[in-house]
Write a protein that binds this ligand. Structure first.
Ligand code: UN1
Length: 512
């Protein structure tokens, strides 16, 4: 597996040491130190990538601004055709890129491949969208006037993405931003720079073959300092950032202080309500996949189960039994359900959350543990755990990016919905019930306050066709499908007078 990944990297001209700054046309040298990428799978150092320095940053932003002047004049279906070809290139590279995602980030191979499939799907969506960037027409109150709106691209879009979806979340943003006519500058997570390099090579080849101007796909590499440069840069009208609430508050504040636009997709604290009328054959696997999939590192991971009193004990027993079946280990081995956390810092955060939970009163049904020994040399493998808790414990209101599941008990649906909504985050939510009244109440205005609310489906694994994002500390942004494209464009209202008079709106008289 390691050898296959190395072969793929070589095919893409990714060697042991790489530049991390690109205008899409060239790779730029940097005086900044290199960042090493370690695999959490086996702890091996895969390769290094140089961080972007100030000169490289300026070159990328300048190229992106210049390229915009031409790119915005391409008819959007022609931009869509280029994105269609990116989708084809991703289909060809699906296995190899999926494997790299799995190896560099640590998610299971199935999920790595699923992530590349999400990229392919968003390309298809963006191609169709390139012919549907439609505005409305309105009826003017004035005679012989026509009023309509049109959507224009914004300019340079800055994309800050997280390690947990190292390729898909970038593609949700960039494919849509590109068909809209923007140029993009991507700052991937410094924990997964090689995934970004691979994507950059794939896209740059397609762009070159289509004579797309240099600068449409810029790449910058580094830690939060580069994110700060982007957020403060008045040449970048939109920053789309995915990651922690802490990062989002910093980025959102910096962008707002210059009255730029930001699209924030931040932390979740997602719950499943399991009602007395749930089909447990769906509820249990839905909860387990939601809680332990991607080792609990999705922003849509199930972190809380809110269980009706009448089924609480049976759900608890079934969950405990299911956790007993989980095999933890090399994510490239398809027998395993749970791979490693991203790094040893994440392991520390997991341990600290467990310790805090115990102090606050959590009773663990399945104990957490850091695994050691054969196959666990990276020190990043942990056991998914389950704790009985109370909604009032502070730890339950926090997002810990690890597989820790809290069980909470309820008696009435109103109480369950209050618990579900009673956290600072508002990304994904779900109810497991066969009762129509309960399902509709959960989806109603008095129900879930989240951006995503599901019935008889877990909290994770959203499809790209819908708008993705959430409320409150999740940041309010929407990415991906539906009309999320509007965030990447500016709306212009146009009124045209084809009469011989100058009638004023609101009937105002102004006689000269
Ligand atoms: C994220 O964790 O940042 O719904 C995105 C899901 C995925 C996307 C998650 N399609 O779990």
């Amino acid at each position: 597996f390691y050898i296959k990944t190395m072969e793929f990297l070589q095919q893409l001209n990714i060697g042991p040491e790489n530049a991390g700054t690109s205008t899409g046309g060239k790779w730029l040298p940097s005086g900044a130190p290199a960042i090493a990428s370690f695999s959490p799978v086996d702890g091996k150092r895969i390769a290094t990538v140089t961080a972007t320095d100030k000169a490289g940053y300026e070159a990328v932003i300048t190229a992106a601004r210049q390229a915009f002047i031409e790119w915005r004049t391409w008819p959007s279906p022609r931009r869509g055709e280029v994105v269609r070809q990116i989708g084809e290139a991703l289909r060809q590279n699906k296995q190899a890129l999926g494997r790299l995602v799995s190896y560099e980030m640590g998610k299971s191979l199935q999920e790595g491949l699923g992530e590349v499939q999400e990229m392919i799907d968003i390309c298809d969506l963006a191609v169709g969208l390139s012919r549907q960037l439609n505005g409305l027409t309105m009826h003017s109150e004035r005679p012989a006037h026509r009023m309509y709106e049109q959507w224009h691209p914004l300019g340079v879009v800055g994309i800050i993405s997280a390690f947990n979806f190292p390729v898909a979340v970038w593609s949700w943003n960039s494919m849509i931003a590109w068909v809209c006519g923007n140029t993009c500058v991507w700052k991937p997570s410094e924990k997964t720079p090689l995934c970004a390099l691979a994507c950059q090579h794939i896209v740059a080849a397609v762009f070159k073959a289509n004579n797309v101007p240099e600068g449409v796909c810029g790449l910058v590499t580094g830690d939060r300092e580069i994110g700060e440069w982007l957020a403060a840069d008045t040449r970048i009208p939109l920053i789309s950032a995915t990651g922690s609430t802490r990062m989002g508050k910093a980025v959102g504040t910096a962008v707002a202080s210059r009255l730029g636009k930001s699209l924030l997709e931040l932390g979740g604290n997602n719950a499943i309500i399991i009602s007395a009328d749930a089909d447990l054959n769906i509820a249990i696997p839905g909860a387990v996949f939601g809680a332990v999939g991607t080792a609990g590192q999705r922003c849509t991971t199930t972190r809380r189960l809110i269980i009706h009193d009448a089924v609480y004990d049976s759900v608890k027993d079934k969950l405990t039994a299911a956790y007993g079946q989980l095999s933890i280990g090399d994510p490239l081995n398809e027998q395993n359900h749970v791979g490693p956390l991203i790094d040893t810092d994440a392991v520390k955060a997991y341990q600290m959350a467990i310790a805090a939970g115990k102090q606050q009163g959590c009773r663990f049904l399945v104990e957490g543990e850091v695994l050691a020994g054969d196959g666990f040399e990276s020190g990043c493998y942990v056991r998914p755990c389950i704790a009985e808790a109370d909604p009032a414990y502070p730890i339950v209101a926090q997002e810990t990016f690890a597989p820790i599941l809290y069980l909470l008990r309820y008696k009435t649906l109103d109480e369950a919905i209050a618990i579900q909504n009673g956290v600072p985050q508002g990304l994904s939510s779900s109810i497991m019930t066969l009762n129509l009244r309960e399902a509709e109440q959960f989806l109603s205005v008095a129900g879930s306050d989240c951006g995503i609310a599901n019935v008889n489906i877990g909290t994770s694994g959203a499809e790209i066709g819908g708008a993705f994002g959430g409320e409150k500390e999740t940041g309010g942004g929407r990415e991906s499908g539906s009309d999320a494209w509007k965030a990447y464009m500016r709306r212009q209202t146009n009124t045209i007078n084809y009469s011989t008079q100058l009638p004023l709106a609101q009937g105002i008289k102004f006689n000269l």
